[in-house]
Design a protein around this ligand. Sequence first.
Ligand code: PHE
Length: 357
Amino acid sequence: MNDLKTLVEQAKSAFDLAVTPADLENAKAQFLGKSGRVTELMKGMVALPVDEKKLRGAAINLAKQAIENSLNERRQALADLELQAQLHAEALDVTLPGRQRGQGGLHPVSLTLERIESIFGSMGFEVAQGPEIESDWFNFTALNTPEDHPARSMHDTFYVEGGTAQAPNLLRTHTSPMQIRHAVQHVKRHRQAHGEPSDAALYNGDMPEIRVIAPGRTYRVDSDATHSPMFHQCEGLWVGENVSFKDLKFVFTDFCRTFFESDDLVLRFRPSFFPFTEPSAEIDIQFPSGPLAGRWLEVAGSGQVHPNVIRNMGLDPERYIGFAFGMGPDRLTMLRYGVNDLRLFFDGDIRFLSQFR
Ligand code: PHE
């Protein structure tokens, strides 16, 4: 019977050597297959006498049983190993931080534009928007700046295909074209609503005042720490029958003091020149305290709307008069937050921008 014990041990070590299910099936065939070692032993019993046959048969069956047991054990072990490997491969590290959705925020210049809109909104100004690709007429000519006027050279810009030789398209150099666009619409709507003919004659009837701001992007060939080829402006326009320079001073002073949250802020209206205003003034501000105290800082151009511009709005300058201003929201943002390089606004660096969330 020793041969059976050896056979069982041999089978066990053959099974243990199998590292894949296929290995194990091969090993099984060697022992339990049709021409395997156990089957061979069974066949060998044919020649034995009957009572020996019984004993031998029972012994072989026990051995076969033992071999099947170790086969099943090994099967289970291999299945366990495979499961372990799979779990390991698909492991999740639950201690890793979860994926977060980055918290966005408004750009500092957008914050300023919102602030400007809400302050002027509280003073009864509408907000208008217009095209950044503008025609020569709206950007210059209608604003009393005819071709060859020397003031055009300060507004060098990018010319864009699609215009005509008479009216080239350009990237607007300021938001002032919105003075004309908005006023023309205002007059047209008013005339339509009151059944007035919209003929060429300048309008001198009754009409609600024009009170509007127009924020947006503007373009010039300029680039350094305080100038960017793309920058922002916000136009302001108030036209009525009795709107004077005094109103400009009041409105703009009120705006600046609210914007900078400083009742002691000082303003200076410095005589200047713009073709579309007469008289014209550059507006400077001075902070009473803080790092910028004592210096005059330019924040806007302004003036009383020129009669030729009032005409191009479709209004009779004998009846209608007003003021306009154009300020730089980028500049206001730099002053409000103490930013010293304009280019930071347009680099898109998250480390800078996230400070304004
Ligand atoms: N458009 C002028 C500029 O860009 C500013 C301005 C606007 C001046 C309105 C007077 C009136 O410099």
